[in-house]
Design a protein around this ligand. Structure first.
Ligand SMILES: [Ca+2]
Ligand SMILES: [Ca+2]
Ligand SMILES: [Ca+2]
Ligand SMILES: [Ca+2]
Length: 184
């Protein structure tokens, strides 16, 4: 390499020239060409969205034991046991981001047994409600911080509500961890 001599980078000029031509053409013909490109981009985005939607739908519809049907108008997925046809679960997507944010699980008598809720719609269920076989609410569990560990336990009786906090993080809720109680 000699000082003061400029060595051209192969093809760089050609690439730059052809891109310049495209840009000039695009600016000179703002009508047709721009419209075609916008339509193509819109179609491409629509195709990608549809592919993602279909994939998510089919992922949620595959199970060995449960048949799922997608109820599009009500935006929910109904699952029934393949052997008996009984209701197994209903999943709701309230904010329409293709992630379930509420799942109602049914017992063998088709009463509600458990409800999972993703209150902040981040794809993680943090609240669980558990019901008796007669569909009476027994407990509410909350995973504060959504790290997989339950820190708050609420117990419902016929006339009262007791709330416990797991102060020592051992996943047990003795009477000493009762933080509040009230009449229902
Ligand atoms: Ca959702
Ligand atoms: Ca969540
Ligand atoms: Ca937690
Ligand atoms: Ca504890």
């Amino acid at each position: 390499m000699q000082a003061g001599v400029t060595y051209p980078i192969p093809f760089a000029g050609a690439i730059s020239t052809s891109w310049t031509r495209v840009l000039i053409t695009f600016r000179r013909e703002p009508g047709t060409m721009r419209r075609i490109i916008i339509v193509l981009v819109v179609l491409l985005i629509a195709a990608i969205c549809w592919a993602v939607f279909e994939r998510k739908k089919s992922e949620r519809s595959q199970s060995r034991f449960v048949d799922y049907e997608y109820d599009l108008p009500r935006n929910m997925i109904i699952g029934r046991w393949k052997t008996s046809g009984r209701l197994a679960q209903i999943a709701f997507d309230l904010n329409e981001d293709l992630e379930d944010d509420s799942v109602v699980i049914y017992g063998s008598n088709e009463n509600v047994s458990t409800v999972l809720v993703d209150e902040d719609h981040n794809g993680l269920f943090e609240v669980t409600y558990v019901y008796s076989p007669a569909e009476v609410l027994l407990t509410r569990l909350e995973d504060i911080g959504q790290d997989g560990f339950t820190e708050e336990y609420t117990r419902f009786t016929a006339d009262s509500v007791f709330v416990y906090r797991d102060a020592n993080e051992d996943s047990n809720f003795p009477d000493s961890e009762l933080v509040s109680s009230r009449r229902r």
